[in-house]
Design a protein around this ligand. Structure first.
Ligand code: C2E
Ligand code: MG
Ligand code: MG
Length: 682
């Protein structure tokens, strides 16, 4: 503030000092006056330069200002001293006008200083005192009332100026404080503004980051939602597919067991509520296994699909049709009023199925056996009805009379009996309560016992001996044939080792087709031979013709392996079952066993058949065995037709192990046969 008005005050001072010096010319010593003026002008010049320097420097760098104030104060004091020097040096010499001018100039300068120097109380008081008081005192000292008046006026003026400078100073200080406060406020406001601006910038940045984050989140949410929707869609589709798979049969597209059972249960509830009847048909395809084995599984699958389509087309709408498994189908029809209608429908279905089926690998003719059960007569629940229809179908197959069979209550008795027998057989196998018996086979050329056939015996408590013809099929169906067959094999080998003689006979063991198909027979045979230490040449295996119907891909390699190990193979009950002469070429067999039914009727009509079998065997280099030989007449006829071996009650009963050993030791079969043959011959 001091420097702010300094230029003006310096210029005014210069002007005033110059004016004063000018009016004083000629009244005072010019040397002193010039010296004074030069001094004051120089000081004012220096001060002027200082002021300019201050303004220039101040603009470029901030400083505390202490040195500048001291410099300024020095300038003011020197100026004031020079002003004070003027009246002290020249007042006495000046005339009244000069004195008045001096008083006016000094008072004017003092008055101006009150404002210009207001920021410094000391400087303004000092300046005012230096300018006014020396002249006032001099005026008081001068004689004359006008001088006294001027002196008093000067002193009064000083008093007023002093008081005024104090007030002005206070105002200036207040102004400075306020200005400082303002500056601080402005600075604070600026800070605040900058802070706000920074905060705004940061807020903006945060907002944009937030919006970016929001956008990316939204994008991710959208993507995730789309993924989830896709996932859920896929899951739904899988669930539908699973439900479809779980409820339908993949091959034919018909419903499966579970679905049929469920639907039949609902249909039964409706039938019961409305007093309606309902029929369940159990349909089993004939010769399907052969199609599968001979033409391959793809052909089998195709046949099943065609059958399913034909059934669907032939059946009325709203009928439940399901593939029950394998080559079995179940049909449920509500509202059938009589058994006759159900039978008619079944024959209709049979007819449509018997039409040839064309597949890629050829034409197939297929047949079906159908069992029928009716609600409420044959059962009240779905499982009872299906079981009843199954039993009827099974009975129809066994009876071989018709392809269609209605359930009747006696069947369930048979089924119960069969189930009891199955359980008892399982226990017998587990307890080891089966027995083994042997029947000799005699060589026609020598009359010697060539081999003994092992025949399993089951002494069923309370019923006596049950025929293997009855329980072997049972064991085959229930899966017990595996352990049973292994037991017979082991036992037969063990017994054969104990047989007496220089060249003991071999043992012939019956083997079921199921055993061969299981794939373990070669291993079982090897184990039995090894454990009993029986040479493989002393073991024969008897297979029935049912092996022709089995899966040749398993059977032929198994038989080849057995034959390669030295075991010989017989085809049992030859001529009774499903035989294909062409297959004889492929099956590795050594003997054909003519079934006892042909032996029994050898004198009536079977001689040509036996003769044909013998010829066939010769053609393939096989030997022929005849079983069930009861009379010498039969024996002689068979030998005459070229049969190589004979077996039957004529030569021996079925012998338990001890009896078999005794028979081999004590009797001379050759003599016995010759006697018998001789008797016949004579
Ligand atoms: P198969 O192998 O043809 O056995 C011959 C059957 O004829 C035996 O019946 C035997 O007792 C009987 N037999 C023997 N000589 C005469 C006779 O002079 N006249 C008459 N009418 N019959 C005679 P079995 O023991 O009841 O066996 C029946 C069938 O059971 C056997 O026929 C065989 O296929 C099967 N079998 C027997 N034992 C076993 C076995 O251990 N395993 C397997 N898989 N099947 C067996
Ligand atoms: Mg046999
Ligand atoms: Mg036989």
């Amino acid at each position: 503030m001091l420097y702010r008005h300094a230029v003006g005050s310096v210029l005014v001072s210069l002007f005033a000092s110059s004016g004063l010096a000018f009016v004083s010319i000629g009244h005072v010593s010019s040397l002193r006056l010039e010296s004074w003026w030069l001094l004051i002008a120089s000081v004012l010049l220096l001060r002027g330069l200082d002021v300019l320097h201050f303004h220039r420097v101040r603009a470029s760098r901030l400083r505390s200002g202490r040195i500048e104030i001291q410099r300024f104060a020095l300038g003011v004091i020197v100026t004031a001293a020079l002003w004070a020097a003027f009246p002290l040096s020249f007042l006495r010499e000046l005339n009244q006008t000069g004195r008045a001018c001096t008083a006016i100039v000094l008072c004017g300068m003092a008055g101006g200083s009150a404002t210009v120097l207001a920021p410094s109380k000391t400087l303004s008081s000092f300046f005012c005192a230096f300018l006014v008081l020396p002249a006032s005192v001099l005026f008081l000292l001068f004689p004359g009332s006008e001088n006294t008046f001027l002196g008093l006026l000067g002193c009064g003026f000083f008093g007023i100026m002093y008081a005024s400078s104090r007030l002005t100073n206070r105002a200036a200080m207040t102004a400075i404080r306020l200005s400082r406060a303002n500056e601080a406020l402005l600075a604070a406001m600026e800070d605040e503004r900058q802070r706000t601006e920074t905060a705004n910038v940061e807020l903006k940045r945060a907002k944009s980051a937030l919006s970016e984050a929001n956008q990316s989140l939204e994008t991710r949410i959208r993507a995730r939602t789309a993924d989830l929707e896709k996932e859920m869609g896929e899951k739904e589709r899988y669930a539908k597919e699973l439900a479809l798979l779980a409820s339908t049969d993949a091959l034919t597209g018909l419903c499966n067991r579970v679905t049929l059972t469920r639907r039949l249960s609902s249909a039964l509830a409706v039938a019961e509520a409305h007093g309606q009847s309902l029929a369940v048909l159990f349909l089993d395809l004939e010769k399907f296994k052969e199609v599968n084995d001979l033409m391959g599984h793809l052909a089998g699958d195709r046949v099943l699909q065609v059958v399913a389509q034909r059934l669907l087309h032939r059946l009325p709408p709203h009928v439940q049709l399901a593939r029950w498994g394998g080559d079995e189908f179940v049909i449920a029809l509500a509202g059938l009023d009589t058994a006759g209608t159900a039978v008619d429908l079944a024959s209709n279905l049979n007819r449509c199925l018997s039409d040839p089926i064309e597949i890629e690998s050829g034409v197939v003719k297929i047949d079906a056996t159908i069992g029928i059960a009716l609600y409420p007569d044959h059962g009240r629940t779905e499982s009872d009805l299906i079981r009843a229809a199954d039993m009827a179908m099974y009975a129809s197959k066994e009876e071989k009379r018709s392809k269609i069979r209605l359930f009747d209550p006696t069947l369930s008795g048979q089924l119960t009996k069969r189930r009891m027998l199955e359980r008892a057989l399982r226990e017998a196998i587990d307890n080891g309560s089966l027995e083994i018996a042997f029947q000799p086979v005699i060589a026609a050329s020598t009359g010697e016992c060539e081999t003994l056939e092992a025949l399993v015996r089951w002494n069923y408590p309370g019923r006596g001996y049950v025929s293997p013809a009855e329980f072997i099929p049972l064991a085959e169906r229930s899966g017990e044939i595996g352990p049973l067959g292994r037991w017979v094999l082991v036992k037969a080998c063990q017994e054969a080792v104990s047989w007496p003689g220089r060249k003991p006979p071999s043992v012939s063991v019956n083997v079921s087709a199921v055993q061969i198909e299981s794939g373990t027979l070669p291993m079982d045979v090897a184990a039995a031979l090894r454990d009993a230490a029986l040479p493989s040449s002393r073991l024969r295996l008897e297979l029935t013709e049912s092996v022709f119907a089995g899966d040749r891909r398993h059977i032929i390699p198994a038989l080849n392996a057995l034959r390669d190990s030295g075991v010989r193979i017989s085809l049992d009950d030859f001529g009774t079952g499903f035989s294909c002469l062409a297959d004889l070429r492929r099956l590795p067999v050594d003997h054909l066993k003519i079934d006892k039914s042909f032996v029994e009727s050898i004198h009536t009509d079977s001689a040509p058949i036996v003769s044909a079998i013998v010829t066939t065997a010769q053609a393939f280099g096989l030997e022929v065995v005849a079983e069930g030989v009861e009379t010498t007449a039969q024996a002689e006829k068979l030998v005459g037709l070229g049969v190589h071996y004979l077996q039957g009650y004529l030569f021996s009963d079925i012998l338990l192990p001890d009896a078999a050993r005794a028979w081999l030791r004590d009797r001379n079969p050759a003599i016995h046969f010759k006697t018998a043959a001789g008797a016949i011959g004579s």
